[in-house]
Design a protein around this ligand. Structure first.
Ligand SMILES: NC(=O)c1ccc[n+]([C@@H]2O[C@H](COP(=O)([O-])OP(=O)(O)OC[C@H]3O[C@@H](n4cnc5c(N)ncnc54)[C@H](OP(=O)(O)O)[C@@H]3O)[C@@H](O)[C@H]2O)c1
Length: 356
């Protein structure tokens, strides 16, 4: 990993007094770039929110010295970790790298934040720490609460992300008081992200449905792998709010939660789509927008016992890993399918020729 990858800063030329600094690791990624953009868009102080100096870095988090230098140098009020090895199949093939980035990395960051007295460390994790079969109602997935300990990762990605979460918790164990001024930390679990800054699953489905791209294999997607599609823009906004509430010196009376679930809201558990259902929703939205899709994915059976779930994939996928949204962090958010429709509408706002 190149330690010299780009670093950036906005607002750093102005006097620091009264301003807070956020340092984003993995700032070039799909979520990281949205978070950088969200803090930048906030501009100066407004209401009870401070003005932010925004720094980001792509330094290798698996190397403690790198992390220590970055955190010690920036003296941030909030550190957000969006860096990770997120390609699930690649994690299976290169498990040592997955462990270094997804487990050792967050541990290094938590340690550096604690040693340098950073008021808030936000670490982003995944629904893939869970996996299970259908719930009580036929076809209804189980909802995982943020305080659940029923971890059951089925692949190296989920396993190494879980190790990262536990390492962060362990780094702060026995040191936290919850009192104002003591270092605070939060693991934000999310799922099935899509965002405008990186080619993603809805982009791929749009391209296939509109005939702009031919998939390598059959046009089939598993009717399993239930998970909540979540907009990176929505998540970035909610992490921004957490930073303003918890990292800028404002604390509520209640003890802070250390694990929260931020996914786009859904109506009932049965409303959460399988991978096939997700693609089918994209098809439906394209049709509704009058974009005349010409191809559609078919559903392929996928049960809990099926492993590996699909010959074309290297890593198993969980049958279901639905996160119950944390009420305070997701209040007022759009339902997942409404948010997805907005994303697709915006993507084609200038006409369909963009993809052909
Ligand atoms: N995408 C999803 O569906 C999803 C779902 C649930 C949770 N999450 C979690 O959300 C977070 C952000 O995901 P994302 O979708 O934004 O991922 P992403 O687009 O793949 O971005 C990951 C970022 O991490 C950087 N990175 C990789 N290895 C690194 C290392 N050793 N040191 C420092 N930076 C490194 C990447 O840089 P390069 O691009 O230069 O390699 C990139 O900037 C991750 O923690 C992920 O586990 C994602």
């Amino acid at each position: 990993m190149n330690d010299e990858r780009s670093d950036g800063v906005r607002g750093g030329g102005q006097a620091r007094r009264g301003r807070k600094t956020v340092l984003v690791f993995g700032g070039s990624g799909m979520l990281g770039s949205e978070i950088v953009g969200r803090f930048e868009a906030a501009g100066g102080a407004s209401g009870r929110n401070p003005a932010w100096i925004v720094r980001w870095t792509n330094r290798d988090i698996a190397n403690y010295r790198n992390v220590d230098e970055a955190v010690g140098g920036a003296k941030p009020d909030v550190v957000v970790n969006c860096a990770g090895l997120t390609n699930v199949d690649r994690c299976e093939v290169d498990q040592a790298l997955a462990y270094a980035v997804n487990a050792v990395g967050p541990s290094n960051l938590a340690r550096a934040c604690r040693i340098h007295g950073v008021p808030l460390f936000v670490h982003v994790s995944t629904d893939y720490v869970f996996s299970d079969g259908p719930g009580d109602a036929p076809g209804e997935p189980v909802l995982h609460r943020c305080d659940s300990r029923d971890f059951d990762p089925v692949n190296a990605y989920g396993l190494t992300k879980l190790a990262g979460e536990l390492a962060v918790a362990n780094e702060y164990a026995g040191r936290e008081t919850g009192a104002a001024g003591s270092p605070d930390w939060v693991v934000v679990r999310t799922s099935r992200l899509y965002g405008r800054n990186r080619y993603n699953f809805p982009d791929f489905v749009c391209d296939v449905c509109l005939g702009a791209r031919r998939p390598d294999g059959p046009l089939e997607l598993m009717d399993g792998n239930f998970s909540v599609p979540t907009s990176a823009t929505f998540l970035a906004d909610r992490i921004f709010r957490i930073a303003n509430r918890r990292g800028a010196g404002r604390r509520g009376a209640a003890a802070p939660r250390h694990v929260v679930h931020v996914v786009n809201p859904f109506r009932t558990a049965g409303d959460v789509p399988s991978l096939y259902g997700y693609a089918d929703k994209v098809f439906e939205i394209l049709s509704r927008l009058g974009l005349k899709p010409v191809r559609r994915f078919r559903s392929a059976a996928f049960g809990r016992a099926a492993a590996p779930d699909d010959d074309r994939r290297t890593a198993r996928r969980p049958f279901s890993s639905v996160l119950e949204p944390s009420a305070e962090e997701t209040r007022g958010g759009r339902f997942w399918d409404e948010e997805l429709a907005c994303y697709i509408q915006e993507k084609f706002a200038n006409g369909i020729k963009d993809v052909r």
